[in-house]
Design a protein around this ligand. Structure first.
Ligand SMILES: *[C@@H]1O[C@H](CO)[C@@H](O)[C@H](O)[C@H]1NC(C)=O
Ligand SMILES: *[C@@H]1O[C@H](CO)[C@@H](O)[C@H](O)[C@H]1NC(C)=O
Ligand SMILES: *[C@@H]1O[C@H](CO)[C@@H](O)[C@H](O)[C@H]1NC(C)=O
Ligand SMILES: *[C@@H]1O[C@H](CO)[C@@H](O)[C@H](O)[C@H]1NC(C)=O
Ligand SMILES: *[C@@H]1O[C@H](CO)[C@@H](O)[C@H](O)[C@H]1NC(C)=O
Ligand SMILES: *[C@@H]1O[C@H](CO)[C@@H](O)[C@H](O)[C@H]1NC(C)=O
Ligand SMILES: *[C@@H]1O[C@H](CO)[C@@H](O)[C@H](O)[C@H]1NC(C)=O
Ligand SMILES: *[C@@H]1O[C@H](CO)[C@@H](O)[C@H](O)[C@H]1NC(C)=O
Ligand SMILES: *[C@@H]1O[C@H](CO)[C@@H](O)[C@H](O)[C@H]1NC(C)=O
Ligand SMILES: *[C@@H]1O[C@H](CO)[C@@H](O)[C@H](O)[C@H]1NC(C)=O
Ligand SMILES: *[C@@H]1O[C@H](CO)[C@@H](O)[C@H](O)[C@H]1NC(C)=O
Ligand SMILES: *[C@@H]1O[C@H](CO)[C@@H](O)[C@H](O)[C@H]1NC(C)=O
Ligand SMILES: [Cu+2]
Length: 578
């Protein structure tokens, strides 16, 4: 008997050893549907995935493949993007509408193939057409490979925190209204945590998201900003947060009371539930608010300055709730103009840079691009009202070019099949002229950019540095720039004008954070580095959607390398057609 058992165990061991822990393929079905949701005292129909808001979470391990079959059951076009997934050689499934694909039309479907590679931590998915992502978004949790573990003690449980923005109006009506009046878009009516505005808004209290925690345990908060137009501070009353990851990459742990998170970013936080019930004052309760509020103060810009809350509620397992139903304490959040708080937080981000999670930042570069990031105005088209500044049409640009999306042929299609007339290769490596970018008294004529579909061609394996230079042309804001197809090392940031001689000497080339969305500080600059080793057509844009809609975008086309392993994969047979 025991011999048989031994043999069986040997056999099992043999099978375990001979069959390496291989990456898995996960299958998901996403139905795009309308669903009624009640928020802020009114019910409205929103676009969702499977009727859920926020949408379903995808769980995977490093290196896995995810297949998502998207079936469009609504009356408008849609595309989905896998934010932070590098999609090696696989731009076909990246998602931005008219950049890499035609939209999935009503009644049609498309299966996305999502190739995970070096991502580990929290990333997410969202619609990449119009402002559909306001309600069509969800988390992707990427766990370490089987057999490896987090670079920190395993948390007891995880708490997803998805920040969003809610309009009482249909969100695409808000976009259309803005595009039609050529002015700023109406601000949202509420921020949300996991789809709920929270206690501080009318009619919202019953739905407030509540996370139950046990005293003494450690929790992993996976914070995602799915907000559309605003950057947010986030804090938890009386709890310190330990940052351990950002944008699907680990960071050196550091403690902070508050984080600032821009649309598109993710931040992983450890929270120790270390608050004892105050027995000498039990009526003070054992519940704490988690809250988020605005960072942004450009004059003349419409902001949502409300505060969203969720609740951290202590419970004792096996017994009934130990908290009292009292009003939780609010954390103190910085004021909406506290740029110092933002700088303090952002400059502490460092890659883990360990043996298991090494840093591969280019020490030397082949090419440096300096890219001005501006909000602009265009002359008023007679057919519009033009509620932008100076009664002109509001616009935005990179290097003084306001990007125009193609309308019939996606750029990837045009590039792959060499269809002329869809895009130009003229995105410049410098702004057209140098001026005091951060002087807020610039002449009006300089505010009018060129318009066009200019892309940047990049040779395979080039080491590139991009310096984003914020300008004071119009709205002076922090811009979260997002590059598809790769993460980048944020090697430096500063205020004022970038100094090409002096500033690179202060770069962090040892353990810079590895991000997919980097903030360009207001009245300042940010430098990033990456090696262009992922051939494809990769959108780069400000993740503030109104800026993206106004043209704060461009495209990097990374050319094929010489070997078969360094070329774009062939297109899928079932790409949506325009
Ligand atoms: C949403 O509610 C409206 C009004 O009650 C109703 O006509 C519509 O069918 C509902 N939509 C869905 C998807 O349930
Ligand atoms: C936006 O705001 C304007 C001015 O307050 C208002 O007239 C308009 O109806 C609003 N609607 C939408 C969809 O943005
Ligand atoms: C709540 O409703 C009241 C009455 O309609 C209104 O005055 C107030 O501004 C609302 N508050 C919020 C936060 O929307
Ligand atoms: C507990 O409550 C008492 C009475 O209100 C107060 O004086 C004390 O500061 C509280 N302790 C803590 C740790 O909050
Ligand atoms: C928030 O914004 C509204 C409208 O833009 C304004 O009336 C209000 O005073 C602001 N509140 C705060 C606290 O700044
Ligand atoms: C918990 O509360 C429920 C209902 O309020 C009650 O039935 C139950 O006996 C309580 N359990 C304990 C352990 O106190
Ligand atoms: C932020 O705004 C407040 C209130 O308007 C003002 O008193 C303060 O000086 C501002 N701080 C900064 C850093 O601009
Ligand atoms: C304005 O609209 C009219 C009618 O739709 C159209 O013929 C004309 O070309 C438009 N003008 C411009 C400048 O787009
Ligand atoms: C914009 O147009 C309105 C109405 O035509 C006019 O009253 C206002 O003076 C104009 N503003 C500017 C800055 O030109
Ligand atoms: C640029 O403008 C800013 C703001 O007006 C000013 O403080 C700075 O000195 C100027 N820089 C240069 C080089 O002129
Ligand atoms: C942008 O380009 C336009 C058209 O060439 C020019 O008039 C304007 O001065 C430029 N502005 C800047 C800030 O480069
Ligand atoms: C949907 O996409 C198709 C294909 O590109 C296009 O012809 C159609 O105009 C789009 N519909 C809307 C409402 O944008
Ligand atoms: Cu922006």
């Amino acid at each position: 008997m025991s011999l048989i058992l031994k043999l069986l165990r040997l056999l099992l061991l043999y099978r375990l050893l001979s069959c390496p822990v291989s990456a898995k393929t996960h299958h998901h079905k996403f139905f795009i549907t309308e669903a009624n949701y009640t928020r802020l005292c009114q019910t409205k129909s929103i676009m969702t995935v499977n009727g859920q808001f926020p949408g379903p979470t995808i769980y995977a391990r490093r290196g896995d493949t995810i297949i998502v079959n998207v079936v469009n059951h609504v009356e408008s076009n849609i595309t989905l993007h896998w934010h932070g997934v590098h999609q090696p050689r696989n731009p076909w499934y990246d998602g931005p509408e008219y950049i890499t694909q035609c939209p999935i039309r009503p009644g049609h479907e498309f299966s996305y193939e999502i190739l995970l590679s070096d991502e580990e931590g929290t990333i997410w998915w969202h619609a990449h057409s119009n402002w559909d992502r306001a309600t069509v978004h969800g988390a992707i949790f990427v766990y370490p490979k089987l057999g490896s573990s987090f670079p920190f003690a395993k948390p007891y449980k995880e708490i997803p925190i998805i920040l969003g923005e809610w309009w009482k109006d249909d969100v695409n009506k808000v976009l259309d209204y803005a595009l039609h009046t050529r002015g700023d878009s109406n601000s949202s009516d509420a921020y949300t945590i996991n789809g709920q505005p929270g206690d501080l808004y009318n009619c919202s209290k019953p739905g407030t998201f509540t996370a139950q925690v046990e005293y003494g345990k450690t929790y992993l908060l996976r914070v995602i900003s799915a907000a559309i137009n605003n950057e947010l501070f986030f804090a938890v009353a009386q709890h310190q947060l330990t940052v351990v990851g950002a944008d699907g990459s680990y960071t050196k742990p550091f403690n902070t009371d508050v984080i600032m998170i821009s649309p598109g970013q993710t931040i992983d936080l450890l929270l120790v539930a270390n608050q004892k019930l105050n027995t000498s004052s039990p009526s003070s309760g054992n519940r704490y608010y988690m809250a988020a509020s605005l960072y942004g103060d450009a004059p003349g810009v419409k902001y949502d300055n409300t505060t969203t809350t969720a609740i951290l509620e202590y419970v004792t397992p096996g017994s009934n709730k130990t908290f009292l139903d009292s009003t939780p304490t609010l954390p103190s959040l910085p004021t909406n103009n506290d740029t110092d708080a933002v700088t303090t937080f952002v400059t502490q981000l460092r890659s883990l840079a360990s043996k298991e999670h090494p840093v591969d930042v280019p020490q030397t570069i082949n090419e440096r691009l300096i890219i001005t990031v501006s909000v602009n105005v265009l002359p008023c088209d007679v057919n519009y009202t033009c509620l932008g500044p100076y009664n002109m049409s509001i616009s935005a640009s990179l290097n003084n070019i306001s990007f125009e999306d193609p309308t019939t042929t996606p750029i990837l299609d045009a590039y792959y099949h060499q269809i002329p007339g869809v895009f130009e290769e003229g995105f410049p490596s410098r702004p057209p002229f140098s001026y005091n970018f951060t002087n807020d008294d610039l002449p009006k004529y300089s505010m009018i950019p060129k318009t066009g579909t200019e892309v940047r061609m990049v040779e395979y394996n080039t080491s590139i540095e991009l310096v984003f230079q914020g300008t004071s042309l119009l709205a002076i804001e922090n811009h979260p720039m997002h590059l598809h197809g790769q993460s980048v090392y944020m090697v430096g940031m500063g205020f004022g004008n970038f100094d090409e001689q002096k500033d690179p000497q202060g770069y962090n080339l040892v353990d810079p954070p590895f991000l997919n969305t980097v903030g360009v500080p207001k009245v300042g600059w940010t430098a990033i580095r990456f090696k262009a080793k992922n051939p494809g057509v990769w959108f780069m844009h400000c993740h503030v959607d109104r800026h993206q809609s106004w043209g704060m975008n461009t495209v990097f086309i990374v050319k094929n390398g010489a070997t078969p392993e360094s070329k774009i994969l062939p297109p899928p047979k079932d790409m949506p057609q325009c």
